[in-house]
Design a protein around this ligand. Structure first.
Ligand code: NDP
Ligand code: PHD
Length: 350
């Protein structure tokens, strides 16, 4: 990487945005310039980067002029509002929101799974849902060896998935309860401290909430398996920033836990964490701040001869969001896929 690039973070003050800032610093991303954008609420606020204080600007009409890469993490409506302008300015938008993920012309990329899809972009690349990314990194190496026929997942999702304010809310509610006061929910619908509830995303007519349907639809797109059978139950738990998932996989023939272990021990982005004697397996505390998806408690499903079970934990803000986006940016640079060469630049409507 001899060239350097002009990058903007849209949503720089949020949970994902601040992690993006840390990651760009940590991985020594080849930056020519870094612009921090948010809503007018945060304009003028400063954030530290490489020992310097950078001022956050309110996003506006000329914000994307002379920018090569926009890392967007300001919510779906903000992504939709600025996508046209970003693409028209000649930048590539790597979008953390769900706005364009299922659009047929927008690649949905997990670099460990479908890096080649990134080459097909027309100005926008979508970063998948965090729960989906974590599951895909752990399941795909097995799927490559023997195609999985059915996935059943139950998730234990941290407050970070609902943003920086939700994390603060859990801290405040915990303190309130310890002080004998009533916890007050403002960001999340119900008190999360010392509690849990089914995922707070809107319910769909299938009886699955949107988060659960994202795991279904996005995994099918990323794996290029449009009919893969998947069912997920997503639950919000009082953990600050790492998601856990219990994953049941059904194959056409038996898949031994030892073979799975062997494959996953060499899989990109995966770290095996298993000590059966100590009953020590992946935990959110250990996953927090780590790049890898921790996988352990790999066992045969005793209810099905072709079933295999995994337990995984991953830092939702890191590999589940910011790191995956930075890896996509690095991939575009490494492969020289930054410009949507000889393709019509078109912004999908939704
Ligand atoms: N791909 C993934 O797995 C994940 C994706 N996400 C997605 O990333 C996005 C951000 O999530 P998160 O960081 O948790 O959210 P936060 O609520 O923590 O942060 C939101 C950010 O967006 C900014 N923002 C909000 N409204 C506007 C606006 N109208 N114009 C410009 N900036 C705006 C906020 O700025 P201000 O300070 O001015 O309010 C803030 O910087 C969401 O779309 C979320 O769904 C999140 C987690 C995982
Ligand atoms: N998956 C996040 C929510 C979120 O940000 O999802 P998405 O990026 O798909 O909108 C959670 O834990 O709640």
């Amino acid at each position: 990487m001899s060239q350097s690039y002009r990058v903007a973070i849209l949503g720089a003050t949020g949970a994902v945005g601040t992690e993006l800032l840390s990651l760009l610093e940590e991985c020594r991303f080849p930056l020519a310039d870094l612009k921090l954008l948010a809503s007018p609420r945060s304009a003028g606020q400063t954030l530290m980067f490489q020992g310097e204080s950078l001022t956050v600007e309110a996003v506006g009409d000329r914000a994307f002029d002379n920018i090569d890469i926009v890392l967007a993490s300001a919510g779906g409506s903000t992504s939709k509002a600025w996508a046209d302008r970003i693409v028209a300015a000649g930048a590539v938008m790597i979008d953390n929101s769900s706005a364009f993920r299922m659009h047929p012309t927008v690649p949905l990329v997990v670099p460990e799974v479908n890096p080649g899809a990134a080459a097909e972009h027309s100005g926008i690349i979508a970063n998948p849902n965090c729960t989906t990314i974590l599951m895909n990194v752990a399941v795909y190496p097995l799927h490559r060896v023997q195609p999985v026929q059915r996935i059943i997942a139950a998730t234990y999702q941290s407050a970070s998935g609902a943003g920086a304010r939700a994390m603060e809310e859990v801290r405040l509610q915990s303190q309130a309860i310890l002080d004998g006061k009533a916890p007050v929910p403002e960001v999340l619908p119900y008190p999360l401290a010392f509690n849990l509830f089914p995922h707070n995303s809107p319910m769909t007519e299938t009886g699955y909430c949107e988060e659960e349907m994202k795991m279904v639809n996005e995994t099918r797109k990323i794996f290029s398996e449009p009919s893969l059978r998947i069912s997920a139950t997503c639950v919000r738990v009082p953990v600050l920033r790492a998601h856990s998932e219990a994953i049941n996989l059904e194959f056409a023939a038996p898949f031994s836990p030892d073979q799975a272990r062997e494959i996953l021990s060499q899989a990109p982005g995966v770290k095996l964490v298993e000590d059966w004697q100590a009953n020590y397996f992946p935990m959110p505390m250990d996953a927090t701040g780590r790049d890898e998806v921790l996988v352990g408690r790999i066992r045969q499903d005793i209810s099905h001869p072709n079933g295999l079970e995994l337990w995984i934990c991953g830092d939702q803000i890191r590999k589940g969001a910011a790191l995956n986006a930075v890896q996509i940016a690095e991939l575009l640079i490494e492969k020289d896929w930054l410009r949507p060469a000889e393709r019509a630049i078109a912004t999908p409507q939704s």
